[in-house]
Design a binder for this molecule. Structure first.
Ligand code: BES
Ligand code: MN
Ligand code: ZN
Length: 498
């Protein structure tokens, strides 16, 4: 998508459509009033007739409005003027782009009001628009054989108003927003693929293809023998029941001349989670194809860094495996030795994410990271605690936790910190090994993090539980692309450090 800015002179802009806002109860927004003056009051007449009330997300396409170069005006409802903050602004923008995508319009100028500057500065204005356009125009890579609806042809958006002093920031926002959108598409396409297509080997191939595309990106793939050489006993225990060979993926992005310690991102890449011998119940088990969303988020974050050419070093580690029941599968009570040397009693084979992550987190040490962040659809308990609205953050470092939560707020991809004090770790006691892989029903999202904490001592580490936020179930079933906006913002902020 190509983005441009307008400041004034909408009436003479050379675009196929102008999008104008109307507040609740037939009130033209101020940008719309200016446009209407050029149109000799035609828009006001139509609205005053009672044909367009301005309710949030409502749209109406007008054609051949006089006085304007554009052949069409798309009215979009902005809801109540009093409460027109960033959130309704985003909804109105998405509604407008959604409506444009159902037409043959290739270029549009959007004249929707901007919320107060403290809610949305010029950089985030540009970035949000590009992100919204990307996610609204996203189409699921389905395998339907019927005739699919025509694809959107929209290719150019002129947004505003932006004063000339803010143009550089807004354009930087467009570039970053385009990169976030591209990254979210990478994540969503991968996560939406079925488990029989998106296998550990497939993920590794995709990582390889990414590394071919970007000069600053290197990839290294460990096969089962390589994983064994690293003595990743927890990872191997998870994969041993599957016919699909595992892969350990290492991506190394070195942007600019950055010699600084890297940000290491670690992704849970369970391409299908049956639960193993501790088999899951059948309802919605298909959704466990999304159990590699953490891995997809790592590939997405690195895509963002590379597309936006961030001057940073970012290392991505992905533990990719399938969790299956089988004659060779790991059993409840089995004890394995992790790469860190610690022993683990596997009391529930469905708590497999923390097992593969533990070995990947240990591997992260060799990079002497500035910070390590793992991303995982780790627990149903996190969905119970926070629902689909917030990603769970657990960390051994207050600054890192605060930075992640702040990035989520700025990116409208929110996260909420849960406490991770030592009591939770005590719930992992085992009579037979250093600890067990489960800690009982209470505080389930946190005991999972407490397990990971056993492998991240001395590192600045945070864990993002995206079990509730990475995908929708039900009629909207599909990957959301979260927490890529949050991670992208976090990486941008890291470039500002001295
Ligand atoms: N992948 C699941 C977590 C999950 C559950 C993600 C629901 C998305 C929606 C994870 O591997 C798992 O099975 N966790 C168990 C842990 C339990 C056995 C301690 C869970 O949450 O039930
Ligand atoms: Mn599981
Ligand atoms: Zn899982």
């Amino acid at each position: 998508m190509q983005f441009d800015l307008w400041s004034k002179g909408l009436a003479t802009l050379d675009v196929e459509c102008i999008v104008a806002g109307v507040f609740d109860e037939y009130e033209l927004a101020s940008e719309t009033r200016a446009l209407d003056a050029a149109a000799g009051g035609r828009i006001k007449t139509i609205v005053a007739r009672g044909d367009f009330a301005g309710r949030m997300g409502e749209t109406l396409l007008l054609t051949d409005v006089p006085g304007l170069k554009a052949a069409r005006v798309l009215l979009v409802g902005l809801g109540a003027a009093r409460s027109f903050t960033r959130k309704p602004w985003r909804r109105a923008y998405a509604a407008a782009i959604g409506a444009l995508a159902r037409t043959r319009v290739r270029s549009a100028a959007i004249a929707i009001e901007r919320p107060a500057a403290r809610e949305l500065d010029d950089y985030y204005f540009g970035r949000a628009i590009a992100e919204i356009a990307g996610s609204t125009l996203y189409r699921i890579n389905d395998l339907k054989t019927g005739k699919s609806p025509p694809l959107p042809v929209l290719e150019r958006i002129v947004a505003g108003p932006v004063r000339s002093a803010g143009a550089v920031s807004a354009r930087r926002g467009f570039a970053h927003g385009n990169a976030v959108a591209a990254a979210m598409t990478v994540q969503r396409d991968l996560a939406n693929l079925p488990g029989n297509v998106c296998t550990p080997v497939y993920l590794a191939e995709r990582a390889r293809a990414m590394a071919k595309k970007f000069r600053a990106l290197r990839v290294q793939i460990l096969d089962e023998a390589g994983i064994r050489r690293e003595k990743m006993g927890c990872f191997l225990a998870v994969t041993q029941g599957s016919a699909q060979p595992p892969r350990f993926i290492v991506l190394d992005y070195r942007g600019g001349k950055s010699e600084r310690a890297p940000v290491v991102l670690v992704g849970k890449g369970i391409t299908f989670d049956t639960g193993g011998i501790s088999l899951k119940d059948p309802p919605a088990m298909d959704e466990m194809k999304f159990d590699m969303s953490g891995a997809a988020a790592v590939l997405a974050a690195i895509t963002f860094a590379a597309e936006a050419a961030l001057p940073l070093r970012v290392v991505g580690l992905i533990a990719a495996a399938e969790n299956m029941p089988d004659g060779r599968a790991v059993k409840p009570g089995d004890i394995v030795t992790s790469a860190s040397g610690q022993t683990v009693e596997i009391l529930n084979t469905d708590a497999e994410g923390r097992l593969v992550l533990s070995d990947a987190l240990h591997y992260a040490r060799r990079f002497e990271p500035a910070v390590v962040i793992d991303i995982a659809t780790l627990t149903g308990a996190c969905v119970v605690a926070l629902g689909a609205h917030h990603t769970g953050v657990m960390s051994n470092d207050d600054t890192l936790a605060r930075d992640l939560v702040a990035a989520g707020l700025r990116a409208d991809d929110r996260a909420w910190r849960l406490p991770l004090t030592e009591e939770y770790g005590e719930q992992l006691k085992s009579n037979f090994a250093d600890f067990a892989n489960i800690g009982g029903r209470e505080g389930g999202a946190i005991t999972a993090a407490a397990f990971l904490a056993k492998f991240t001592q001395g590192l600045k580490w945070a864990h993002l539980d995206i079990a509730g936020t990475a995908y929708h179930g039900g009629a909207q079933k599909g990957s959301t692309g979260r927490p890529t906006p949050l991670l992208s913002d976090f990486l941008v902020q890291r470039t500002r450090r001295p």
